[in-house]
Ligand binder design. Structure first.
Ligand SMILES: *Cc1c(COP(=O)(O)O)cnc(C)c1O
Length: 375
């Protein structure tokens, strides 16, 4: 049984992009230059003409977006405990306080009904995650934000190319942040982007990502505040440009592969499948919950057994409030039961555009076998 190892994800960089990167390397201009400008222009087109600026990661994008929205020390930001740790870390880093609201077990998205009850005098913003590429209900989200005069920073790290009822993520709403980490639906090696809502914010983001600096004509510049160093390089931007051209194709393939998992497990799925969503779902990942209570198996054992079949399985994510840094600030086990259960039971099965149909069949066969299903 010498099958090729199947990772849970793998970036898909074509030869034209590799050649394009080589040209950038030969050009002598590696820092932020024409490629970053071109990438930003294409990203802006992709989100319906709204202004977009590229940065080094979604983590930096989120931190800058919070600051651009005027969130600061003492403010509360409502967010999800079921995300990559960066989502909440950035709130702490700027001196604000994350207020976690539990997620739905199947969508993994922030419960917006419960969010309404978490709003206080100190709440300044809501920072939801479009988990796995399944958008939160934007009507409900922005209805709530408008009623309570709150800013919204969308963590759209999983959601480039997703749409909610025909509206593409980033094409509407307040501040929207994307990630171009190699595992995401579109990569630039590492990178991220911010969609902003106003000219003032655009200016703030441009300064914040580069030392708080602005150039005022030849040889002239000023520093307005001690900014970050979070500008994207032309090397990364060229990778992103090559990826953006193929994003729709990649996401369509992700949808097909997800459908194939659902079809296999239409009846008697041996694990709890994620919410299916609709055509607006971009399927950044396929992450069911293991039946740990019924199966006489730990997750570590499941991952090990899948590994024996040559299949890589990820875990996205442990609940954020259970990390030491958050326990030290007073969060406790039991506070967000759905996030904690997901954190314990979730596994991410292989899903990436270059996968073949037969790879899905192979994963399903292995999962069924490991979970003791008689096919
Ligand atoms: C990947 C990710 C981030 C961070 O993205 P980087 O580009 O790696 O900084 C933030 N939020 C979520 C939900 C993510 O998955």
């Amino acid at each position: 049984m010498s099958q090729e190892r199947l990772p849970f994800t793998r970036p898909n960089i074509d030869e034209a992009t590799i050649e394009g990167v080589a040209e950038v390397l030969r050009s002598g201009w590696l820092a932020s230059g024409p490629m970053v400008k071109a990438f930003e222009r294409k990203l802006s087109e992709f989100v319906g003409g709204r202004p977009v600026r590229a940065v080094t990661s979604a983590t930096e994008a989120l931190e800058i977006a919070l600051l651009a929205a005027g969130v600061g020390p003492g403010d509360e930001v409502i967010t999800s405990p079921m995300s990559f740790c960066a989502t909440a870390n950035v709130i702490l880093r700027i001196g604000a306080r994350p207020v976690f609201v539990d997620v739905n077990l199947d969508t993994r998205n922030l419960s917006l009904d419960e969010t309404a009850f978490a709003i206080t005098d100190r709440t300044r913003a809501i920072l939801p995650v479009h988990f796995a590429g399944l958008p939160v209900n934007l009507d409900q989200l922005y209805g709530l934000a408008t009623r309570h005069d709150l800013r919204v920073i969308e963590d759209a790290a999983h959601a480039i190319g997703s749409s909610f009822q025909g509206r593409r993520i980033g094409s509407c709403g307040d501040l929207v942040c994307f990630s171009f980490h190699p595992n995401k639906n579109l990569t630039s090696g590492e990178g991220g982007a911010i969609v902003v809502s106003s000219e003032d914010e655009l200016r703030y983001v441009e300064r914040a990502r580069f030392h708080g600096m602005e150039r005022d004509g030849p040889g002239e510049m000023d520093v307005y505040f001690p900014g970050m160093k979070a500008n994207m390089s032309d090397i990364c931007a060229r990778i992103g440009l090559g990826q953006l051209e193929r994003l729709d194709e990649f996401n369509a393939r992700r949808r097909e592969l997800a459908s194939r998992y659902f079809k296999h497990w239409e009846h008697d799925a041996p694990l709890r499948l994620p919410a299916r969503g609709d055509q607006g779902h971009s399927w950044h990942m396929f992450a069911p919950l293991l039946p740990l209570e019924d199966a006489e198996l730990t997750r570590a054992e499941f991952i090990r057994r899948m590994d024996e079949f040559g299949i890589g399985v990820g875990v996205h994510y442990p609940a954020i409030h259970r990390f030491s840094a958050y326990q030290a600030l007073g969060w406790r086990a039991g506070m967000y039961p759905n996030a904690e259960r997901i954190g314990r039971e979730t596994v991410t099965l292989p899903l990436f555009p270059a996968m073949r149909d037969a790879d899905v069949d192979r994963v399903v066969g292995a999962v069924n076998h490991v979970l003791g299903v008689i096919a």
